[in-house]
Design a protein around this ligand. Structure first.
Ligand code: ADP
Ligand code: ADP
Ligand code: MG
Ligand code: MG
Length: 591
């Protein structure tokens, strides 16, 4: 059976180890050159000599090696390979002439790579990573397939493509203003800035913009470009729920006349903005296979059940199930934490939050636009910030996962939990038995925290927060940087832990599926002054009432999918949308 050996380059530190991979490799000990030193001083693992024993995987102190014995795709379908022990991409999405196509799959399975390959900024090497870029070979490879015409135009330079990059932080280093940055593509600058809601702030330099504003600037520049194919990589990062929906509307409108391909992990958003989607399955950092396109509803339902019928691939052990939200029986709504009206005054911002109560076993979502004081409220409860008026509930122990994470110690997750072993406020058993497997942290236990990716660090931080013994858990934007799978797994885990331990949790988030899976109730934050200088929070309200309060402001309605009970955004102006708005029912319970 063919074997895939992967070296995770950024984790491999060949000067800081004893080359355990090579020293313990049985074929090497038999005199075979299974693991040799490569030209850049890192090991190269021969896939033909490797016997798949997995010893190097376990011996590597940095968890930098992956050996897979079951590659699931045909080598003839490789479109790109990053080096001998590098990632392999199988197949590509087929851009239609018009409409929005989604790409949905785990982190590290090649979504951004696929966009770069389609744009031609990376010339597909068809697995021959040593060869120089050669369009003639690419065209020969795709002859007779739907992608031939696409690459023919890309090779000739007659297909105009524009890419909204995944990482927008990088553009924050430019000195231009947001307006100059958007105008540089020579398109419809003003109407686009207006449409994304950035016009009033467009004269500020990019370096002074928040993450959400940078994202809007990058999206505006893409939308303003005159192109044939628009490639949009993770548009919702850093955006609040209001902006996500506005951006989704704009992308849909663009798809009416142009071809758009969007990578997105917020399932409610992807479901709404795309007409069809390709699912990606594989092994993060090792290989990714792009499925045939599925109509949108089928794509998400297939994703949730975890079984791709026409390719006979199961990519998740257990399906994801949504539930209706009937009120909990009275016995299960014992109050656990109550807080009085709280106020916080900053020089340029004033937050007021109405008195509220959190029940035992209850997870409460905190929703609302950016800069309305959600983080400030959580920090008041965490005791990080003192309220101007009101006292946070005394005698409540809290565990807090901040919105912005920084790994400042070189320790690994295993070392961190070991250091906490004797600490009575740290539940090491829970951490090991429930949280590590529940958040799929086994593979990264020994990686130094600063070496983790954004999503890995997020999962590690949430695990450490949930392992603390507390009455109230405060999780500020835990779904940031996670892929859709990780979001679902985390939502279910938080809900289950909070129920089991009969504690309470407040979870700030913008992903509707995450909130729907994790929460029983919602607190709703909104701006309380036309210039944004004040914010107001209220609740908790039952899920439906909370969503009604939030969505009425945005003018978006949701229905429930009959098969999976997942919430789906109604098309604007559709019969259901109009009917629900007339009844002021923005978020339907399942019947
Ligand atoms: P996704 O967008 O699905 O998260 P990417 O396309 O960014 O995935 O990356 C897929 C895999 O390819 C990752 O393991 C990544 O480390 C690897 N990779 C991406 N770009 C390069 C590159 N330029 N050189 C080598 N490996 C790369
Ligand atoms: P959200 O989490 O809803 O995005 P935040 O609570 O982070 O909102 O911020 C609300 C407002 O409070 C923002 O305008 C922010 O600038 C302001 N703010 C937050 N923390 C401070 C602080 N320590 N000093 C001054 N202003 C602050
Ligand atoms: Mg990506
Ligand atoms: Mg915040």
């Amino acid at each position: 059976m063919p074997r895939i050996a992967i070296l995770l380059n950024d984790r491999c530190h060949p000067k800081e180890c004893q080359w355990e991979c090579q020293a313990y490799c049985p074929p090497v000990r038999m005199g075979q050159e299974c693991i040799v030193e490569g030209p850049v001083g890192k090991p190269i693992i021969s896939e033909t000599l490797c016997i798949g024993c997995g010893i190097c995987v376990h011996k590597c102190p940095f968890d930098a090696i992956k050996i897979l014995n079951t590659p699931e795709a045909d080598p003839a379908e490789i479109v790109h390979r990053y080096g001998y022990n590098g990632f392999r991409m199988y197949r590509l999405p087929i851009p239609p002439t018009r409409g929005v196509t989604g790409l949905l799959g785990p982190n590290g399975t090649g979504k951004s790579t696929a966009l770069r390959l389609l744009a031609g900024t990376t010339v597909p090497n068809l697995g021959d990573y040593d060869a120089s870029p050669d369009w003639a070979k690419v065209l020969a490879h795709f002859r007779g397939t739907a992608l031939h015409a696409h690459f023919e135009q890309v090779a000739r330079g007659t297909l105009r493509t524009v890419l909204k990059p995944q990482y927008v932080d990088a553009i924050g280093e430019e000195t231009a203003s947001a307006r100059e940055y958007v105008a540089a593509v020579g398109g419809r600058t003003e109407p686009t800035l207006e449409a994304v809601g950035l016009a009033a702030r467009a004269d500020r330099p990019l370096s002074e913009l928040s993450g959400g504003e940078l994202q809007l600037a990058a999206i505006a520049r893409t939308l303003a470009s005159d192109a044939d194919l628009y490639l949009v990589d993770e548009p919702s990062s850093y955006l609040d729920i209001v902006h996500r929906l506005e951006v989704a509307r704009l992308i849909r409108r663009l798809g009416e006349t142009k071809s758009v391909i969007v990578v997105e992990h917020d399932l409610a958003l992807l479901d709404y903005l795309a007409d069809q989607a390709h699912l990606i399955y594989g092994e993060p950092a090792a290989f990714g296979v792009i499925s045939h396109p599925l109509p949108m509803r089928a794509a998400i339902n297939t994703f949730l059940t975890g079984y791709l019928k026409d390719e006979n691939v199961r990519f998740r052990a257990e399906g994801v199930r949504f539930v209706a939200h009937p009120p909990k029986p009275a016995a299960r709504t014992t109050p656990l934490v109550s807080f009085p009206e709280l106020t916080k005054e900053f020089p340029n911002f004033r937050l007021s939050v109405g008195a509220g109560e959190l029940a035992k076993g209850q997870t409460v979502g905190v929703v609302g636009p950016n800069a309305t004081g959600k983080t400030t409220f959580v920090r008041l409860l965490a005791g990080v910030e003192a309220p101007t008026v009101g006292t946070p509930p005394p005698g409540v122990t809290v565990s807090y996962k901040p919105q912005y994470l920084r790994a400042n110690q070189p320790a690994s997750l295993r070392e961190r939990s070991a250091a906490l072993a004797g600490d009575p406020t740290f539940d090491g058993r829970l951490f090991e038995r429930e949280l590590v497997p529940g958040l799929h942290l086994e593979e990264i236990l020994d990686v130094a925290l600063p070496d983790l990716s954004g999503g890995e660090l997020q999962r590690a931080a949430v695990a450490l927060a949930l392992a603390r013994v507390a009455t109230l858990y405060l999780l500020d934007e835990p779904s940031a940087y996670l892929d859709a799978d990780e979001r679902m797994a985390m939502a279910r885990l938080v809900r289950r832990q909070v129920e089991r331990q009969a504690v309470s949790a407040l979870v700030v988030d913008h992903d509707v599926y995450f909130l729907d899976l994790a929460c029983d109730e919602l607190m709703v934050f909104r701006s309380d002054a036309p210039d944004g200088s004040a914010g107001r929070g209220d609740g908790p309200f039952p899920m439906r009432e909370g969503m009604n309060r939030l969505l009425a402001d945005i003018g978006v309605t949701f229905r429930r999918d009959a098969e999976t009970l997942r919430p789906r955004i109604n098309r604007e102006g559709s019969a259901l949308d109009r009917e629900q708005k007339a009844q002021r029912e923005y978020y339907y319970e399942a019947a």
